[in-house]
Design a protein around this ligand. Structure first.
Ligand code: NAD
Ligand code: ZN
Length: 375
């Protein structure tokens, strides 16, 4: 793979899901063309833009102007920023506002924001009037490389994250990479863990490319568009082959079983963002796989070195004031993953780019590994 030398035209990645298929368009400045693209797909439709306070302050104007210019009436619906908006209460408010705005079956819901807005607005669209079309306009790196593609939508329950939701594919994804210029650096880094994940799970060449070009991805050059397009192509391919996660799609959970346990141990707080937990979780998945004798090379060291260079946490001591022990972490893992006949399911690796689903992991080995990581 070579580094693109200049900003290209927008890149279009197809999500090949038959009648539910759609385009993922990636490029700098695409928000200004949002109205044109929606008008071409759905002539005469009205729209509601669901967004959060932080994104509204920076990008809602551009979105509204683009829609008005294409003759689309658009009602803004602004929710508080943060994970707490993935709740029944905020979902109810969004649904009420969509009804007040007279969004009908042939209209469209636009999710302008990160994964929180994408999941919340996507779920509202899935259930309102038995299903409205949704356009995902992701504004975080995590959302551009992961959550906006694939149709998973959800809110949280008191009993766990993402437990109430639906599969509801968007009709279009518009990833304007310039929107990431206003993203806090820490949020960008967190999204970078999910980006690197695509190389680590199935594309060793892409991971090597990231090792050489990650600074350009952060700086916002054409390398950023290239990396996001590679990730979207990877995700769209996996989703096309396994839309409902009966097999291969589970590979996207690389680093997530360990990661969710760390996130929960840190109280789902800003002490550890989701992507940061994933970075740590990926390092653990590589180290644990090494310990199980699945690879002879020092890929675990290479992965930890790269993620740390990008500013991500790679050791448990990187989490501020983490008070936990191996048993507490094992309880969290058991809650997250069903234990079947005393065995755990994990995404493990035989090397960089070679992830696989392991369904027979011995909890005692996981516990011993975590005890050592904590000491
Ligand atoms: N549906 C899926 O397949 C899927 C996959 C992965 C994650 N998720 C979900 O995604 C969520 C996390 O997403 P996230 O990391 O994008 O979090 P987020 O949506 O909370 O965004 C992070 C923060 O950045 C702010 N922000 C967003 N865009 C901005 C911009 N351009 N400029 C300035 N600030 C901006 C937001 O207001 C928020 O405070 C979780 O709820 C997770 O469960 C879903
Ligand atoms: Zn994730």
């Amino acid at each position: 793979m070579t580094v693109p030398l200049r900003f290209a035209e927008a890149t279009t990645v197809p999500a090949a899901l038959g009648a539910r298929g759609y385009d993922i368009v990636i490029g700098r400045g695409l928000l200004a063309e949002l109205g044109k693209r929606i008008a071409a797909l759905k002539p005469g439709a009205c729209a509601a833009i669901v967004t959060d306070e932080a994104v509204a302050a920076r990008h809602l104007n551009t979105a509204e102007t683009a829609l008005v210019a294409a003759g689309i009436r658009a009602a803004p619906i602004i929710v508080p920023a943060g994970e707490s908006s993935k709740s029944w209460r905020v979902l109810e408010q969004v649904c009420d506002r969509l009804l007040e705005a007279r969004i009908e079956r042939n209209d469209v819901v636009i999710a302008l924001g990160g994964g929180v807005v994408g999941d919340l607005a996507g779920f509202a669209a899935a259930i309102l009037r038995r299903g409205l079309d949704v356009v995902q306009v992701p504004t975080t790196l995590l959302a551009q490389v992961d959550s906006s593609v694939g149709g998973k939508t959800a809110i949280n329950s008191n009993r766990g994250k993402n437990l109430i939701g639906a599969f509801h594919q968007p009709i279009l994804v518009v990833a304007d990479t310039a929107l990431l210029d206003t993203l806090p650096a820490r949020e960008f880094r967190a999204g970078y863990a999910e980006l690197a994940k695509f190389g680590l799970l199935g594309d060793a060449g892409f991971f090597a490319w990231l090792e050489a070009n990650w600074q350009d991805v952060f700086a916002g050059s054409a390398a950023r568009e290239h990396a996001i397009a590679v990730a979207c192509r990877g995700k769209a391919g996996i989703v096309a082959r396994d839309e409902r996660e009966t097999g291969e799609r589970a590979l996207l959970n690389l680093g997530h079983t360990f990661g969710h346990a760390f996130e929960a141990a840190a109280g789902f707080s800003d002490r550890l963002l989701h992507g940061e937990a994933v970075a740590l979780g990926i390092v653990c998945a590589f180290e644990f796989s090494t310990r199980l004798g699945l690879m002879s090379t020092n890929d675990a060291g290479r992965v930890a070195h790269h993620l740390a260079a990008a500013g991500l946490p790679t050791r448990l001591s990187d989490i501020p004031a983490l008070r936990t022990d191996a048993d507490a972490l094992m309880n969290l893992i058991a809650q997250d993953k069903k234990v079947q006949r005393g065995k755990l399911t994990f995404i493990l690796v035989r090397g960089i780019g070679q992830a696989f689903v392991a369904r027979d992991v011995d909890p005692a080995q996981v516990r011993a590994f975590l005890a050592e990581k904590l000491s």
